[in-house]
Design a protein around this ligand. Structure first.
Ligand SMILES: NC(=O)c1ccc[n+]([C@@H]2O[C@H](COP(=O)([O-])OP(=O)(O)OC[C@H]3O[C@@H](n4cnc5c(N)ncnc54)[C@H](OP(=O)(O)O)[C@@H]3O)[C@@H](O)[C@H]2O)c1
Length: 330
């Protein structure tokens, strides 16, 4: 039984943007459950973050089959919180999942076969207790499986009603163009692409972002804060409760060099001068690109979500500020 009553004014909080040339509007900030929502993480903190997000108008939650740890546990926890707190609000939510990275033993537990993608989607639906996900992604391109087979599986997921829309992640521009053409032939447009993009990862600017505009697909950059580097977390050491401090294999403490910290401090000075935190600056910097529909953040506590939400109360970056940031990133 839920005690949660969402804020009635939640839809006046955050702006929304159209996802490519689709009918779908997404909040300009979305919450991902890759970290801090696993079986090893306190459930009440997860509940608090989901509630606060929804109260701020964040209607999009991003998952994948393997999020945890252990793999699958983020979907199990999310399913439980959905049932306990959000069961009256399913139609207000955009829930995504993905398949493609290793999830179970044997040759069908990863990559891009029809067998892997459709079996994984069924597992995800079961874990979350859902009839359908809103967006189902191929998580990474599979060099060994014909693209027609992987895209055929996404199209089948949509036609069978187990997903409303199809997405791609970690595909380069050329792969995305080919995949989108196949999907179009199958009558299922590519809704959205999820690339890694931040001040520290610029590849999508070359060919991918322009391709997405041409294809009419939306864009939801992941790790926009470079997993927490582009925040105040590491400006004065490595906190024990941070991703790097907890010994993450994805963000290694030894990578946080004094050179990097100097760069972060210089970026932080630009942020402070305009009344932003560094994390807010990193989000505003991504939103400067018209191809971007929404910024897919992660969080370990409610205060971080509140902080990022604060970005929307400040002005867009000026050309002069963008140029100053560029100089620091050189
Ligand atoms: N498609 C893919 O292949 C793929 C890959 C990776 C991620 N993703 C998606 O992208 C989502 C986000 O990825 P990410 O977690 O790497 O994103 P991120 O936003 O770059 O980093 C999130 C981390 O930044 C820190 N943080 C967030 N807000 C902060 C604030 N206001 N002030 C200070 N620190 C703040 C927190 O670190 P601490 O934990 O240290 O507090 C948080 O865990 C994932 O959950 C997932 O949905 C997709």
């Amino acid at each position: 039984m839920t005690t949660y009553v969402p804020r009635p004014d939640r839809y006046s909080a955050i702006p929304y943007a159209r996802c490519g040339r689709s009918g779908l509007m997404l909040p300009r900030l979305a919450l991902g459950l890759w970290h801090n929502f696993g079986g090893v993480d306190p459930l009440e903190n997860q509940r608090a973050m989901l509630r606060r997000s929804f109260d701020l108008g964040i209607t999009h939650f991003d998952l994948a089959n393997n999020y945890g740890p252990p793999p699958g546990s983020a979907e199990i926890n999310f399913g439980r919180l959905l049932r306990e707190d959000f069961s009256a609000h399913r139609d207000e939510l955009i829930i995504s999942s993905k398949a493609g990275y290793r999830m179970w033993d044997g040759p069908y537990g990863e990559w891009g076969s029809r067998k892997n993608l459709l079996a994984s989607l069924d597992q995800s639906l079961k874990r979350m207790g859902l009839d359908y996900v809103d967006i189902f992604y191929h998580h990474r391109p599979d060099p060994a499986t014909p693209l027609e087979e992987s895209m055929g599986a996404l199209a089948h997921a949509v036609r069978s009603g187990k997903a409303l829309y199809a997405g791609l992640s970690n595909y380069n521009a050329e792969q995305t163009r080919r995949a989108a053409a196949i999907l179009k032939d199958l009558g299922v447009p590519l809704l959205i692409h999820q690339p890694k993009y931040s001040m520290f990862v610029r590849e999508p600017e070359g060919a991918l972002l322009p391709a997405l505009t041409e294809l009419g697909a939306g864009c939801i950059p992941f790790s926009p804060l470079a997993q927490g580097l582009l925040t105040d977390r590491y400006l004065a050491g490595i906190p024990a409760d941070s991703r790097a401090g907890k010994g993450s294999i994805f963000l290694k403490a030894e990578g946080i060099t004094s050179q990097l910290v100097d760069q972060l401090r210089a970026l932080n000075a630009i942020a402070s001068a305009r009344g932003n935190t560094l994390a807010q600056l990193a989000v505003l910097w991504i939103l400067r690109r018209p191809e971007v529909t929404t910024v897919l953040i992660g969080a370990s506590r409610v205060a971080q979500i509140d902080d990022l939400y604060g970005a929307f109360a400040t002005s867009a970056l000026s050309a002069d500020e963008i140029a100053k940031i560029e100089l620091i990133l050189k």
